[in-house]
Design a protein around this ligand. Structure first.
Ligand SMILES: NC(=O)c1ccc[n+]([C@@H]2O[C@H](COP(=O)([O-])OP(=O)(O)OC[C@H]3O[C@@H](n4cnc5c(N)ncnc54)[C@H](O)[C@@H]3O)[C@@H](O)[C@H]2O)c1
Length: 241
């Protein structure tokens, strides 16, 4: 297999860092795009290409992709992982917050994938992986904008899979349960959040970023060309309702 190139958004920490490191471990050349610099990720990946900027900013994306292709010559895999997950009662949400969640979680993947498409087509092979959430199935009442954005991402995944199949590009989503990342520890996992979710999973432990890696590698695998338009619910059998 020729050396493949991957772009991971939100790669500074959490799941994105774990995915970037895992892909590099499989021989991928890896670029990461994040709002903030990614020194930890760069330390863990030789030849890491760090791109700093907003996934919902077309100029940032265009310039970033140019740097990816300048450095690595090609692009095969896009992991749309950057995301935000504010939690609060519905009545307290504001239209600004709703728009921000939609911008980062839904418009970002659209803009990044759209801009990456010419490169994936030129490579003649591609994998787009969208990080959704099992919250779309469990529907926590404090995450209405988030659940709407991730359900939108699943719709995007399904229709885009049909659109890109002629180019040998698959498009799939992965839906984790609550994962122990620094952001989750500070927000949704605090005040008993991890225990609440864990107690509603068949697998009675908190999900770690490493628990998602085998699914990512399966989805991007050379042999997974018939897997497309799917949402892989990797949530330890979670059921709130
Ligand atoms: N942690 C969980 O419990 C959990 C569960 C299900 C799904 N997810 C999803 O997994 C993904 C990663 O979650 P995480 O817990 O690792 O998050 P995180 O906060 O640890 O990391 C997200 C990264 O995305 C970056 N980012 C945020 N907005 C951005 C923007 N506009 N442009 C570029 N980068 C941006 C942040 O700087 C951060 O480095 C998200 O899409 C999240 O919705 C997380």
């Amino acid at each position: 297999m020729e050396t493949r190139t991957a772009l991971v958004t939100g790669a500074a920490q959490g799941l994105g860092q774990e995915f970037a490191v895992a892909l590099a471990g499989c021989g991928y050349r890896v670029a990461g795009l994040d709002l903030v610099p990614q020194p930890e990720t760069a330390d863990r990946i030789p030849d890491y290409l760090e791109l700093v900027g907003d996934v919902a900013d077309e100029e940032v994306i265009g310039a970033g992709l140019e740097r990816v292709v300048d450095r690595f010559g090609t692009l095969h895999v896009v992991v749309n992982n950057a995301g935000v997950y504010p939690a609060k009662p519905f009545e307290e949400t504001t239209p600004e917050e709703w728009r921000r969640v939609m911008r980062v979680n839904l418009e970002g993947p659209y803009l990044v994938t759209r801009a990456a498409l010419p490169h994936l087509k030129a490579a003649g092979w591609g994998r787009v992986v969208n990080i959704a959430s099992a919250a779309v199935f469990t529907a926590p009442p404090t995450m209405v904008p988030y659940v709407a954005s991730k359900m939108g991402l699943i719709g995007f995944t399904r229709a885009l899979a049909a659109a890109l199949a002629p180019y040998a590009i698959t498009v799939n989503a992965i839906a984790p349960t609550m994962v122990r990342t620094a952001t989750a520890e500070r927000t949704v996992g605090a005040d008993g959040g991890f225990a609440f979710v864990r107690d509603r999973q068949a697998v009675r432990r908190t999900q770690e970023p490493s628990d998602l890696v085998s699914t990512l590698l399966y989805v991007v695998d050379e042999g997974s060309g018939f897997l497309t338009g799917q949402t892989l619910n990797v949530s330890g059998g979670s059921a709130y309702l």
